[in-house]
Design a protein around this ligand. Structure first.
Ligand code: EPZ
Length: 407
């Protein structure tokens, strides 16, 4: 297991440029499979999950090259193959293979999908999307599609992953499909932009997407900034003394994250980027929800900030997503869970050893270690590197003493 060794307590300051969004990159990479041609993707982040996704599509024959900040994916010579179980179980986004493979090859296969295991992660809505487009699922997990038909689907709740598959399937089907209850996260909008550039005609009214699919070709898109990485460095600024300016983030995507912090006494300044300073002074209450509500992926990140003045978190997207709190307690953060709500008590952060339970929980540990005086060791560094681009380089530039050690 790799680890980060941190000597914490310094006031971190300087500029931090935000990389391309993980959760926008992954749908686009898998969606590139559905048409013949070359797709151009600008600004993919250099993170573990993107590397695994590119490796997965290479197994189908995609040829990948890079020039500057642009990645080219050529999909002329694809052939169906059984998904590589070892790779597929590393990332959650391999569920997008269900839709992409069904469109391109008329077949797909259920396989144990990976990703952060903070909660049960059902795929019933992904399967509903496949079945409504004419797929047949057999008991052994094989999915076959004789003729991909357009469909009308109404999702029971907002799901990023199921919306990705529904959009990919609808783009591949000739005729008009309707997706009611489509997720609206910025990463979904990036996928829509990419599918449009491939030739799909997509309109979005509220949370209803109308997709006219069919003949497609290679597409082109620029991956926007990662709002979760941006929120992470903004929270770190509050924790370590208010000196980090985040560059390249979309402030409008972060409104629901910034609002409770500003209400509780944090201050924002804007020049070349945005910076949060002045610690919260009042308890903060967080309730997560689908975009544009407070993002679930930022609730573990805000937990160490809540430890400054107290607060509570209710996660309505992943109700059990609090496993990281027991690891945070090793760094001095005191909390308890009462009827599904995590109460975080004002705490003095201290150095210690802890293990990243998942991507965002791992980042919360690293941030706490950076703000506590003394040496901390965060095990499971590779989990954090799945979703954060060059944290050692970026944090080092801000004045952190951090080392990546891979034994
Ligand atoms: C995506 O996961 C993200 N992953 C997650 O980020 C994020 O936490 C989540 O969306 C919510 O924003 C990627 O984009 C790769 P969902 P996903 O389907 O698509 C229920 C990170 O740290 N549901 O939007 O798997 C589900 O139980 C990761 O970057 C069903 O009931 O999440 C949950 O309550 C962690 N049936 C809700 O929908 C289904 O078939 C939202 O899940 C699918 C989902």
């Amino acid at each position: 297991m790799a680890k980060f060794v941190v000597n914490g307590g310094a006031r971190l300051s300087g500029k931090c440029r935000i990389s391309g969004s993980k959760n926008a990159s992954l749908p686009v990479i898998f969606a590139s499979l559905i048409a013949r041609g070359t797709s151009e993707i600008d600004n993919l982040p250099d993170i573990g999950d993107v590397r695994v996704a590119l490796e997965i599509i290479k197994r189908y024959g995609a040829s990948i090259s890079k020039k500057g900040n642009t990645t080219y994916i050529n999909t002329e010579k694809l052939r169906y193959t059984e998904p590589d179980a070892e790779l597929v179980c590393k990332i959650r986004a391999s569920t997008y293979l269900l839709g992409a493979s069904a469109v391109r090859f008329g077949r797909a296969r259920l396989s144990p999908f990976g990703g952060c295991a903070f909660s049960p992660r059902p795929i019933d809505m992904h399967l509903d999307a496949l079945l409504s487009h004419g797929a047949v699922l057999s008991d052994n997990g094989d999915i076959t599609v004789k003729r991909l038909v357009p469909s009308v689907i109404s999702f029971k709740k907002r799901s990023v992953g199921a919306s990705v598959n529904a959009l990919i399937l609808a783009a591949g089907a000739s005729g008009e499909s309707v997706i009611e209850g489509c997720a609206l996260e910025p990463h979904i909008l990036t996928l829509i932009e990419f599918l449009r550039s491939m030739g799909a005609d997509i309109s979005l009214e509220g949370d209803t997407a109308r997709v006219r699919g069919g003949e497609l070709h290679g597409g082109k898109v620029r991956i926007g900034p990662d709002m979760i990485e941006a929120g992470s460095y903004l929270a770190l600024s509050l924790l370590t003394g208010g000196g980090i300016t985040v560059i390249g983030a979309e402030e409008s995507e972060l409104s629901s994250f910034l609002e409770p912090l500003l209400e509780s006494g944090a201050e924002i300044s804007r020049d070349v980027g945005i910076r949060l300073c002045s610690r919260p002074r009042k308890p903060v209450r967080i309730v997560t929800g689908p975009y544009p509500e407070f993002p679930t992926d930022l609730q573990p990140i805000i937990a160490p900030v809540l430890a400054l003045s107290g607060g509570s978190i209710r996660d309505t997207v992943w109700e059990g997503r609090f496993g990281y709190l027991s690891e945070l307690s090793r760094l001095g953060i005191s909390s308890r869970i009462v009827r599904g709500v995590a109460e975080i008590f004002p705490s003095e952060l201290k150095s210690g050893n802890a293990t990243a339970p998942d991507l965002r929980g791992g980042m919360a540990l690293l941030m706490s270690a950076l703000s506590a005086e003394g040496q901390s060791v965060i095990d499971g560094a590779e989990v954090i590197l799945r979703g954060y681009d060059d944290p050692v380089g970026k944090l080092g530039q801000l004045g952190a003493e951090i080392e990546y050690v891979d034994n």
